[in-house]
Design a protein around this ligand. Structure first.
Ligand code: DC
Length: 439
């Protein structure tokens, strides 16, 4: 089993420093739960204002806060605070009234203390929802909430640039005043914590900031990917196949940073060649589970081999095979990676085919993240015509994992599994080869 830890990324910075857009992009790229703690302070502020609590009355704030029932709703990749079971509407928490009051409430130690456990509790929310970790933005994440976070960043930008960004968003904001209050308060002030990486974004685009942070994260994660985690026989075959893929088909993979480094998940790939399963499998440093048609279990070497590398036998129309479903559930419980081909069979012409419901059923029943993968070149290298063309480049592009909320819609009834498969297939079809770099 993989021993990679849950990842916590802290991104602090002043108002309009670019935290939110950056955090959102990082959450997408690395399958992390996005937690905007500023929105938590805003939601509580909106609630206190609605209850007529004044910022100056610390006793009233303390008792009002103690009465709040806080929970979290995950929508897409973001965590939203619920107060009394209701998410406070965005329009309300971004209103001028809340923006003007939030820093005053946020300076009250009792309010901060009440939110501390709630913010740390987002780790459980992220784990329950199968995220690989979380990216939390705020003012004191790297200093107080998660001083031991795996990655801590601090964004800053010149005040004029930040004022320009806010104006562009059309939101009235007293950036300088909020920063003054946030930096000067006694409890958990806005500071660049020692050991955190400071990034000045004044002259950087959002993409450049995201690239900087991604490069740091990916470097660490790829180090983890380098540690092999597999049984000996599988390991030997894996090594041979990897050399084979690199030598004869260039062995190129794009988007490896999208692959969760731990927990169970599925890879859903297009299928155009017998080369696809070993090619995709050779890119993983973890042992992956494959499916194969039951009819391949012929007495002798084939059966020994398929069982030895943990292949799951499945009926041709895998979706209704109860034993196969049970084995998938068992494998995912053991945090294995499963490779599936939503089209069911190899493409006759190299083009993408329609998805069958089987993969959707397995995904919906297991509720795991699904990483879309698109293989380019395998049809040309060894397609249905059966001719092996060594030297043909084969490239695998991995996309960002789809969460159950993105592929599963239980309300559609009978069509649920087919729809899930189609959504997964749509994510595969969106993956492209990067444009060639001209030098
Ligand atoms: O990120 P934001 O501008 O939406 O945050 C609103 C206010 O919440 C900010 O002015 C200060 C406060 N806040 C805080 O004190 N600590 C955090 N971790 C996040 C926000």
């Amino acid at each position: 089993m993989s021993s990679s830890p849950f990842i916590i990324v802290a991104i602090d910075g002043g108002a309009a420093s670019g935290k939110s857009s950056t955090s959102r992009a990082i959450s997408e790229r690395f399958n992390l739960l996005h937690v905007d703690t500023g929105s938590f302070y805003r939601a509580v502020t909106a609630e206190l204002l609605a209850r007529g609590v004044a910022t100056g009355d610390q006793t009233a704030v303390k008792s009002a806060v103690a009465l709040l029932t806080l929970s979290t709703r995950v929508i897409g990749r973001s965590a939203f605070m619920e107060i009394g079971g209701q998410v406070v509407p965005e329009a309300r928490i971004r209103s001028a009234e809340v923006t003007a009051a939030v820093s005053h409430f946020a300076a009250i130690p009792e309010l901060r203390a009440a939110l501390l456990a709630y913010q740390r509790g987002q780790v459980d929310v992220a784990r329950k929802n199968n995220f690989r970790g979380l990216v939390m933005e705020g003012r004191d994440i790297g200093s107080v909430i998660f001083p031991d976070a795996d990655f801590r960043f601090f964004l800053h930008a010149d005040p004029e640039e930040r004022a320009r960004r806010r104006a562009q968003q059309g939101q009235p904001d007293q950036i300088a005043e909020r920063d003054r209050l946030d930096s000067q308060r006694k409890t958990a002030p806005l500071v660049l914590p020692s050991g955190a990486t400071g990034i000045d974004s004044t002259y950087l685009t959002l993409e450049q900031v995201v690239e900087k942070i991604s490069a740091t994260l990916a470097a660490r994660m790829n180090r983890h990917h380098d540690q092999l985690d597999m049984e000996p026989l599988y390991g030997v075959c894996h090594y041979i196949l990897r050399q084979f893929y690199e030598t004869f088909f260039r062995g190129e993979a794009i988007g490896l940073e999208n692959i969760p480094s731990d927990g169970g998940f599925m890879i859903a790939s297009n299928h155009a060649s017998h080369l696809d399963p070993p090619v995709v499998g050779s890119l993983f440093s973890r042992q992956v589970c494959f499916f194969a048609r039951k009819t391949l279990w012929k007495p002798g070497f084939a059966t020994w081999w398929l069982n030895s590398v943990g292949t799951i036998p499945v009926d041709r129309d895998g979706g209704t095979d109860v034993t196969a479903i049970k084995r998938v559930l068992g494998a995912l419980k053991k945090e294995k990676v499963i490779i599936l081909f939503p089209e069911g069979t190899r493409s006759p012409d190299g083009k993408l085919q329609a998805a069958k419901p089987g993969v959707g059923l397995l995904a919906c029943r297991t509720g795991v993240p699904v990483v879309p993968a698109r293989i380019f070149g395998s049809f040309k290298a060894f397609g249905k015509d059966g001719k092996l063309r060594l030297g043909t480049p084969i490239t695998v592009v991995f996309g960002q994992p789809l969460q159950p909320s993105e592929y599963d819609d239980p309300s559609v009834g009978k069509e649920r599994y087919l729809l899930a498969s189609q959504r997964i297939m749509a994510a595969i079809s969106k993956l492209e080869l990067p444009a060639p770099v001209i030098v």
